[in-house]
Each structure stands twice: as structure tokens, then as C-alpha cells.
Design a binder for this molecule. Sequence first.
Ligand SMILES: Cc1ncc(COP(=O)(O)O)c(C=O)c1O
Length: 339
Amino acid sequence: MNSTSSPSLDLSRFPRRTLLDGPTPIQHLARLSARLGGADIYVKREDLTGLGGGGNKLRKLEFLIGEALARGADTVITVGARQSNHARLTAAAAARVGLRCELVLTRTVPRFDHDYLENGNVLLDALFDARVHDLPGTANALQFAEERANELRAQGRNVYVCPLGGSSPVGCLGYADCAAEIVAQSHTQNLAFDRIVVPNGSGGMQAGLVAGFVAMGLDPSCIAAFTVLGRAAHTYPLTLEKANQTVQLIDPSLRVSDDAISIDEAQLGPGYGIPTENMRATVRLMASTEGLLLDPVYSGKAFAGLVENVSTGKYPVGQKILFVMTGGLPGLFAYRNEF
Ligand SMILES: Cc1ncc(COP(=O)(O)O)c(C=O)c1O
């Protein structure tokens, strides 16, 4: 990640409702870096966003809620897995701006204990007064959401439907904006990162970061993801397409090259939301070495990949690696019996 002066990105023409309280900090993990004996590890604290328990989805929601309000919406509907952080933060953002919220949650993850079904994000969804539609794992959540939206529209409501993970091109603008924030912070803190490591779920965060780099005229090849939802062969074209749609929203003349998207599936394990031994060990390592909390579904698996790459020398001494720490803390309570 090299540039002599800090480039900027003007997203002011897009409707936006501020939900963050300013830039999130970048912090050095001195004890963990020393313990692993490889690259220096830094974290971008996207978990330290103030609304609704915090997390990466608030960046996307600034633009999604902005668009919903610009269209005069009175209701927002979104979809996700039962323990979706995106759904929880959509409910919190809706409460903050005075929109009604409905969540279409599917039982995609094969966990049926009380903590998974009722604690964690699900508890918070109820506190934010969202109406939850509880669907089986096989259901088509987006189709259900569209049908529900039409039903509400027939009753005179103005409904905004938000896609899985908030990862429409408009939502991804939030992470293009974060790319500019990271570049500005790396200038002021004099940190040249060799790599920026992220989890990839619905792909919007990686797509947005890559689009932001391309829109600023920077090389996005330092951005690397660990997929936690789909196999790499499935996730790669979807993420590339989202990155292209996002960059073209910013500037229709721009394009993301095929090699700008790097996705590793080594930490996915048996599938989305299914714990792995590496994830459990990494959540414990981070908590006991740095006092920081990863989540079991996204950041725990992705950070496990980072730790492995530092330990095996793929990220060697002398390099600086930035991990985007995305939040998801309520998930720990939903997966209590894994720890
Ligand atoms: C805590 C957390 N980290 C990472 C992600 C992945 O972000 P994306 O869906 O944009 O790939 C999510 C998405 O739900 C999340 O909740």
C-alpha cells in the first residue's frame, strides 16, 4: 500500500445518514505480534462503532439508510441468518432514525440450542423492536422479504428492502469510504501496510475496500480475504462483480481487474457458522493475549487465517499486516457452548 500524498474520495453526492462517531482507531497488537514472532499485526477497530453493539455493517447502513430516507421509506426489511449481525445493526439503525424494521431470518446454520436461537443477536433484535420472521434454512429469504414488502406497500407503507449483508453497491460505498479512512490514517500514523486482511461473508466489505482503492488510484492487491460463507470459487466472481458495480457507481469509467480480488477458503471449515478448532483457539488467543473479542462466525475464522500466515512465515518479520476487526461480539453468547 504505497502513495506519497493521501488521496481522497468524494462520496458526498450519495445520500447518507451518519451512524458512526468518526474514524475507528488503528491499534498495534504488540503482545500478540511478539508472541507469534512474525509480521507486526495491527487492527482497524470496526467493532468500536457506538450504535447497537457496533460492527462493520454500520458503514454500509450509513448509505443504505440514507437511500431509504431519501426515498421516503417508513419501513426497512432485511434478511440474514438467525444470528445475523447485519440484521441486528439494521434494527438498531432503524430505531435510531425512526423507521419500522422487519427481519427475515433463516435457520441456515444447523444449531438448534436455546443460546443460538434466542440469545446474542436475536435478543438484541427484540430490544430494538424489530419484527422477526423466523424461516427454515431452506427458505428463500429475499423472495419472502419482497413479498412481505409488497404486502406492506398494499397497506400504504413505503418499504425499503436491504439485501443480504447490506451488500448492494450502495451499501458497499461504506467500505469504499473506509478505504479512504485507512489510507488517511496510515499516512498520519506513518504506517505502510503490506496487507489488509478481512473476513468475506456476503463480500461487500472486501468489494467496497477494493473499489475504494481503485477509485483513489491505488493498487488494491494488498487486500486479502478469508471466506467464511461460500467456497472461494463461488465467492470470487460475486465479490468481483460487487467491486465493479461499486467502483462504477463512484466513476463509471473505472474497472476492477480480475486479480484485485484475493480469497482464501482455508478457514471456512465445514461451512458458514459452523465452528472450527482454529477459530476457537484463535478467539481464545486474542482474548487472553490482547483482551480483544473476535466473533465465532466471521472475525474469529479470518483472524485464524492471519495468525496461521504469520506463524508459518507467509507474513514475515518486517511486514505490517492490518486486520479489519469487524465486531460480532453478540455471537459469542449465541455460541456459548463452543467455549
Ligand atoms: C462481524 C462480521 N464480520 C464480517 C462480516 C462480513 O462482511 P461482508 O458480509 O461484507 O463480507 C460480517 C457480515 O455479516 C459480520 O457480521
